[in-house]
Design a protein around this ligand. Structure first.
Ligand code: DAT
Ligand code: MG
Length: 149
């Protein structure tokens, strides 16, 4: 089953929005397969955002992600990678549509609440970076016949 990596960034944790974020993915019908509350090392933050290492905001981004704890999660479901990106909304919260997490809960790109993998291959790389296989749980929700035909 398709999986994606979702991280509630330090601003989401500090602002007490962990429950709101998790609720959106739960009520949508996706399945949680891994979750940890953790401090992020500089090394992990730099690896996670490696694709942006030449960008001017890179150091600030790494400083921010390592400044306070995050919630790292893996969610699974058909089409979860693209659907999670839609639930999250545009990178710039001011252009993110109302109803998306960024559209509803934040106002600045440097404090945009949440990370979600942008493609299936990215998700595979990010999940392997943040979680060991032993930390991921394969299970089936009792709601499955009420979510899927
Ligand atoms: P996304 O998080 O929507 O995948 P991204 O991968 O382009 O966006 O950028 C990663 C993060 O870097 C983004 O969530 C916030 C930060 N960022 C992106 N563009 C920025 C900018 N112009 N100024 C400051 N921070 C930026
Ligand atoms: Mg990205």
């Amino acid at each position: 089953m398709e999986r994606t990596f979702i991280m509630i960034k330090p601003d989401g944790v500090q602002r007490g929005l962990i429950g709101d974020v998790i609720k959106r993915f739960e009520t949508k019908g996706f399945t949680l397969v891994g979750m940890k509350f953790m401090a992020v090392s500089r090394e992990l933050a730099e690896q996670h955002y490696d694709v942006h290492k030449e960008r001017p905001f890179f150091q600030g981004l790494v400083d921010f992600i390592t400044s306070s704890p995050v919630v790292a999660m893996v969610w699974s479901g058909e089409g979860v990678v693209a659907s999670a990106r839609k639930i999250i909304g545009a990178t710039n919260p001011l252009t993110a549509e109302p109803g998306t997490l960024r559209g509803d809960f934040c106002i600045e790109v440097g404090r945009n609440l949440i990370h979600g993998s942008d493609a299936i291959e990215t998700a595979q790389r990010e999940i392997a970076l943040w979680f060991s296989e032993a930390e991921l749980v394969t299970w089936e929700t009792h709601s499955k016949p009420w979510l899927c035909e």
